[in-house]
Design a protein around this ligand. Structure first.
Ligand code: GLU
Length: 595
């Protein structure tokens, strides 16, 4: 019998901070950053104060959550250009309050129709990962511009051009460089300097941008203006697209650098053929909530959903903290074993998405969890089409990848609509290649493909293919109860996105934390590897010794994810929540603060 628990009471901070959004930075300095805001009229949470302010501005002017989400995304393309922007892709999840329906857009970058399994092989051997990243070869057809235009045209109240305007202004007038931006530039300096267009934009005068200085990007402002005027056909069928193709096929590298930046295959026909996919969200019923996320080509919805299914029968709210973490880690481990074996682009392999989310399969996998000892990784996958209790079969593959790039934004409006949207270039700084004269970096998303099968002899649904989308971990999530909004959340962080989203959901729905506390809590990420990655704050928890006694092994990592979320309170106010510390702290704001 499935337990029906009411939402655990939130420990809402008595002194909830609020922030009214200021205008764009420029000479006036950056708007304030605050991790929690409570009030009426709509809410925005992102990693960046200017981007959050752009969303609030659109909501104030009568735009809805979709208009505001696109404005925030476009602004992130200016202020977080290493993680977001028109050179990349992402997944957009939208709850429409009028119809009560959840819609999604898969705007994932796509391989050229000429790509094949050998995309990243040279002389039969896989290219070194770093060489593949900084190359034209890793660039997929960008999906973000089409996502934005499709979303605004399908569900927005304003025009695509209007949604781009705040970002255009920030690009023109500039934003204030903070420590995070400088650190991310420093991380990329060695490769950015090899591409003159990237160097002149992001290393002005050959140096790192100074903290506190104003960073302008007039080329990007002009690109946004053109997209607003002409629509995305300028990119998928026009001159902007021609510039992208030239850049991918002939990466504009400084010959003196000696860098071998392999050319890519994307051509004009690939751009013209690009289409976002509007598809059904994933759905799981968890306790008395309905949890919606993105279906494959992302593994986010199926993997978070499978883990929730595995945890459904345990009374997580009643467990002591060590047992709660033990169950969280074990459910993550098991669902990652299945993700790596079964999830890829569904147009290329028969992905058992429904079966992975079925209650029968969840029970068969939950049977593996013992309260007395941790499982050993790599754990073999199960067979979701033939669920058998406690059975695992076939080759086991760990998922070691952890990234820090990508950006998650969450928006709600006064009508009760919600957007949960994650966008990415893959690595921080994508391919490192800026389209000359256009002001944006191209993605390296195709390195999310397996270069060779993860386990020799076991089918890998994530090998490159013609027109194929690489498997993602993005997990933009929306939670409803009785058809009404409860909350939305998501995070960047490569494959850790899945475990972070799961941990935030469990913290809020099962463990009595407020949304901000659930986001701020110390994190651990178990992805079917021998050691669980854990932040220093997690390793300092008193429960660590008990977890180790159960067999958990931890490896320290400085930071996991950078989540944002929104929540609707019972009286109709919205909470916007972001990171207090990670990635320099996020920016939460509401239209009319009322703590
Ligand atoms: N490219 C990754 C994905 O789609 C995300 C990268 C990151 O967040 O670091 O899963």
């Amino acid at each position: 019998m499935r337990a029906l628990a009411r939402i655990a009471p939130p420990l809402l901070l008595a002194t909830a901070l609020v922030c009214s959004a200021a205008g764009p930075a420029g000479a006036a300095g950056p708007p304030p950053k605050t991790p929690e805001a409570v009030g009426w009229g709509g809410a925005v949470a992102s990693v960046d104060a200017d981007a959050t302010a752009a969303g609030i501005e659109v909501l104030r002017k009568g735009g809805n959550a979709v208009d505001a989400a696109v404005a925030v995304a476009a602004a992130l393309g200016v202020t977080e250009p290493y993680s977001a922007g028109i050179g990349g892709g992402g997944y957009f999840v939208y709850y429409d309050h009028d119809s009560g329906r959840v819609h999604t857009i898969d705007g994932r970058e796509t391989a050229s129709r000429t790509a094949d399994e050998g995309l990243f092989l040279e002389d039969g051997k896989p290219l070194p990962f770093a060489d593949a990243v900084t190359s034209g070869l890793s660039v997929g057809v960008p999906g973000s511009p089409a996502t934005w235009e499709t979303a605004v045209q399908a569900w927005g109240k304003r025009s695509f051009a209007d949604a781009l305007k705040p970002a255009e202004r920030i690009a023109e007038q500039g934003f204030t460089v903070d420590r995070t931006f400088q650190d991310q530039t420093a991380l990329n300096q060695d490769r950015f300097k090899d591409f003159p267009a990237t160097r002149s934009l992001f290393l002005p005068g050959g140096k790192l941008p100074e903290v506190g200085s104003t960073f302008r990007n007039p080329d990007l402002a002009a690109t946004y203006r053109q997209l607003g005027r002409e629509g995305t056909r300028a990119l998928y069928q026009g001159g902007l697209g021609a510039d992208i193709v030239r850049t991918v096929q002939h990466p504009p590298v400084d010959p003196a650098s000696g860098r071998n930046a392999r050319p890519g295959r994307v051509d004009a026909a690939d751009l013209a053929a690009y289409q976002v996919r509007r598809q059904q969200p994933t759905h799981v019923a968890y306790r008395d909530y309905d949890i919606y996320s993105i279906a494959p080509s992302s593994s986010g919805g199926t993997t978070v959903g499978e883990a929730l299914g595995i945890l459904e029968d345990g009374e997580l709210s009643a467990l002591d903290t060590a047992q709660y973490y033990h169950h969280f880690l074990e459910a993550s481990r098991i669902s990652f074993a299945d993700r790596n074996r079964w999830v890829g682009d569904p147009r290329f392999s028969d992905v058992p998405a429904k079966e992975l989310l079925s209650a029968r399969y969840a029970a068969a996998r939950a049977c593996l969890i013992s309260p007395d000892r941790a499982l050993t990784s790599p754990l073999a996958p199960g067979d979701p089409r033939h669920p058998a209790d406690c059975a695992s079969s076939g080759g086991a593959a760990p998922e070691p990848y952890e990234g820090l790039s990508t950006s998650h934004l969450t928006v709600a409006d006064r009508w009760g609509n919600i957007v949960s949207y994650t966008l990415t270039l893959e690595q921080t700084g994508g391919s490192g290649i800026t389209v000359p004269g256009r002001g944006f970096l191209l993605n390296n998303e195709l390195t999310d493909f397996s270069f060779t099968p993860l386990v020799p002899g076991v089918p890998d649904p994530n090998l490159p293919g013609p027109g194929k989308r690489p498997r993602s971990s993005l997990s933009p999530t929306i939670v409803l109860r009785d058809g009404e909004p409860v909350l939305a959340a998501g995070s960047p962080g490569g494959a850790t996105i899945i475990t972070t989203t799961l941990q935030v959901l469990l913290g809020r729905l099962d463990r009595g934390l407020s949304l901000e506390q659930a986001i701020a809590a110390p994190r651990a990420s178990q992805r079917n590897t021998a050691a669980t990655q854990a932040e220093p704050g997690f390793l300092a928890l008193p429960e660590r010794a008990r977890l180790e006694a159960l067999g958990h092994v931890f490896a320290s990592t400085p930071e996991i994810g950078a989540a944002t979320g929104v929540e609707r309170l019972p009286d109709g106010r919205w909470v916007a929540a972001a990171e207090p510390v990670r990635r320099g702290g996020g920016a939460a704001a509401v239209v009319r603060p009322a703590p």
